[in-house]
Design a protein around this ligand. Structure first.
Ligand code: ASP
Length: 344
C-alpha cells in the first residue's frame, strides 16, 4: 500500500471541494481551511438554533463507514454528521471483519464494492497508504460508472488523520481566535501518532506567523524527519525536547497524546517509555492560566488516574470535549462540501 503514497497525488482543494477525496492535509491551503471552518461555524449555529435546512443538506446521499481499526469518535462522529445533514449511513453488518475481507478479498475490491453503493466512504486502515490506494481504485470505478464516490481518510496507519487535524485547528481558532503568535506544544508519541503528523503539517499550511511548535517526546518517539522538513519548508520554527518543563510554562496549546501501544512490535520498548509523560493536575498547574489542553482521545494512563482525569476535566483549560463536538460540525461541513452542497 505504501507505494500508493508516492504514486497517487490527491487533488488540491483550491476552492473546490466537490468530488475530491480527502486523504492528506497537504490538499488544503489557508483559504480552503477558512472556507470549511466558516461553514462549520454556520452549521454549529444552525444546529444550536434548530434552523431548518441543515437537516436536509445531503438528503438522498449515502455515506459508508469502513473501519479496519478500532474507533469511537471518528466513526460515530462521521455517522452523526451524515445523519444530521440528512444523509444515510451504511456499514458492514457485524463489522468489517465479517465482510468479504474475511474471505480474502483485496481492499481494491472491497472499496469499489462500497463505492458502488455509497456517495462517500470513510476509511480507517492500519496500513499507511491505504486511503491513497482507495482513492486510486475509486477513480478507476468512477471511469467505469461515470459517477464519483469520494473517500475520506479516517486514519491512515501511522501516516495521517486529516479530519482530526482540521477539527483540532478549528478548536484552536475557537479558543484563541487566531493561529498566529502561539506556542503550540505536542507531547507524547510523535512517531506513531498520526494526529500530530497531520496537525503539525496543517499549522504549516495555514501559514501562521510568529507561531512555534514544540515537540516533546522520548528520543525514540520523535516526530518523523519528513514532518520536520515540511515545517521547515513552510517557515514554521520548531523545537524538539524530551523535557516537558522546558516549554510547558510558555505553551498556549498543550496537545497531549497516547503512546500508540498497538504500533509497537516490541512490547518491552513500549513498557520502557509508556510512563514518560503523564498529565496530572500538578503538571497542569504549571501551565498558563489560559492554556488549552487538547487530546485526540482515547486517553489512557497518560492523562493520569481516573481521579486526575475527573479533576482535569473540570478545569476550563481542558478542551477535548470541545474537540469532540467540533469534530462533528467540521465533518458535517466537509461531507456537505465534498458531496456538492454550495449553499454553505
Ligand atoms: N483517535 C486517534 C487516532 O485514531 C488518536 C489515538 O488513537 O490515540 O489516531
Amino acid at each position: 500500500m505504501k507505494q500508493f503514497l508516492d504514486s497517487y497525488t490527491p487533488q488540491a482543494i483550491q476552492g473546490h471541494y466537490e468530488g475530491k477525496h480527502i486523504i492528506t492535509v497537504e490538499q488544503f491551503h489557508r483559504d480552503d481551511m477558512d472556507e470549511l471552518f466558516e461553514a462549520a461555524r454556520k452549521i454549529r449555529r444552525g444546529v444550536r438554533r434548530g434552523e431548518q435546512g441543515i437537516p436536509n443538506l445531503c438528503a438522498n446521499k449515502v455515506l459508508a463507514t469502513v473501519f479496519f481499526e478500532a474507533s469511537t469518535r471518528t466513526d460515530l462522529s462521521f455517522q452523526a454528521a451524515m445523519s444530521r445533514i440528512g444523509g444515510r449511513v451504511i456499514s458492514a453488518s457485524n463489522g468489517i471483519s465479517f465482510s468479504s475481507l474475511y474471505k480474502g478479498e483485496s481492499i481494491a475490491d472491497t472499496i469499489r464494492a462500497v463505492g458502488c453503493y455509497a456517495d462517500a466512504v470513510v476509511l480507517r486502515h492500519p496500513n499507511e497508504g491505504s486511503s491513497y490506494q482507495a482513492a486510486y481504485y475509486l477513480d478507476m470505478l468512477a471511469e467505469k460508472l461515470g459517477r464519483t464516490t469520494v473517500v475520506i481518510s479516517g486514519g491512515d496507519g501511522i501516516g495521517e488523520h486529516p479530519t482530526q487535524a482540521l477539527l483540532d485547528l478549528f478548536t484552536i481558532i475557537d479558543a484563541k481566535e487566531k493561529v498566529d503568535g502561539l506556542n503550540i506544544t505536542l507531547v507524547g508519541d510523535l512517531k506513531f501518532g498520526r494526529t500530530v503528523h497531520s496537525l503539525a503539517k496543517l499549522i504549516g499550511l495555514y501559514g501562521a506567523s510568529d507561531t512555534t511548535i514544540s515537540f516533546v517526546s522520548p528520543p525514540s518517539l520523535k516526530m518523523p524527519q519528513k514532518v520536520l522538513d515540511f515545517l521547515q519548508c513552510h517557515g514554521v520554527p520548531y523545537y524538539e525536547t524530551d523535557d516537558l518543563f522546558d516549554v510547558l510554562a510558555d505553551s498556549d496549546i498543550i496537545y497531549w497524546t497516547r503512546v500508540q501501544e498497538e504500533r509497537f512490535e516490541d512490547k518491552a520498548e513500549y513498557e520502557a517509555i509508556c510512563n514518560k509523560f503523564i498529565m496530572t493536575p500538578s503538571v497542569l498547574a504549571k501551565a498558563k492560566p489560559d492554556a488549552c489542553l487538547m487530546h485526540p482521545l482515547p486517553r489512557k494512563h497518560e492523562m493520569g488516574t481516573q481521579e486526575d482525569q475527573d479533576i482535569q476535566d473540570r478545569d476550563p483549560r481542558a478542551y477535548y470535549f470541545h474537540q469532540m463536538e467540533n469534530g462533528m460540525f467540521v465533518r458535517m461541513a466537509l461531507l456537505a462540501k465534498v458531496l456538492g452542497v454550495t449553499s454553505l
